[in-house]
Design a protein around this ligand. Sequence first.
Ligand code: GDP
Length: 195
Amino acid sequence: MKVNQAEFIISAVGPNQYPEGALPEIALAGRSNVGKSSLINRMINRKNLARTSSKPGKTQQLNYYLINKDLHFVDLPGYGYAQVSKSKREVWGKFIEDYLLRREHLKLVLLIIDLRHPPSKDDIAMYDWLKHNGVPICVVTTKADKIPKGKWQKHVKIIKEALEMDKADPHILFSSELGLGKDELWAVIENRIGY
Ligand code: GDP
C-alpha cells in the first residue's frame, strides 16, 4: 500500500469513541517499549506521528490512526513488566478485551515481539488468548537490526517454539530502523482486508 496520508484520530477510552464507518482495523499488541510506535511510524513513513500521540500512562486507551482513507491502525496499551501473574482483564481492563472480542471491524492483530528475547509470559498468554478466541494474528518480530543477521533464524525458531505458533499464522521479521519487513507486512495486511 502506498501511504499518502496518515493522521492521528483519537485516543478512545470507550466504545462510544470508536470512529464511525466501516473501515477495517489492524490492532497492535505487545509489551511496553517493544517498538509498536516505531513500527507504525515506519509503516506510514512518518518519523514521530505515533510516538508523540500515544503518551504512556495509566489510562487504558485505544489510539486510532487513519491511513489514507483505507484503514485504521489501532495501538493497544502496551502490557507492562509487573503484570505477568494477573489475568488479562486486570492487565488491560474489560474494555480492551471487549474491543478484541467484539469489534467487527477488527481484521487482524499484530502481535509485536522483540526478536532478541524469548517471548515473555505475557506474550505467550496474549497469543494463546487471541488463538483461543479466534482472532486473526500476525506475529511480528521486531528490532532485527539489533542482532546479527546470521542469528535471525535461530531467534525466530525460539520464538515460534515458545509460542507453539500455528503454522497457518503469518510471521514477519521486522526492523523499524532498517525498514526490513515493511513491504511483507503491508502484503499481509492488504490480504486480510481484501485491499
Ligand atoms: P512502544 O512503547 O512499543 O511504542 O515502543 P517505541 O516504538 O517507543 O520503541 C521503544 C524503543 O525501542 C525506542 O527507543 C525505539 O527507538 C526503539 N526501537 C523500536 N523499534 C526498533 C527497531 O526496529 N530497531 C531499533 N534499533 N530500535 C528500535
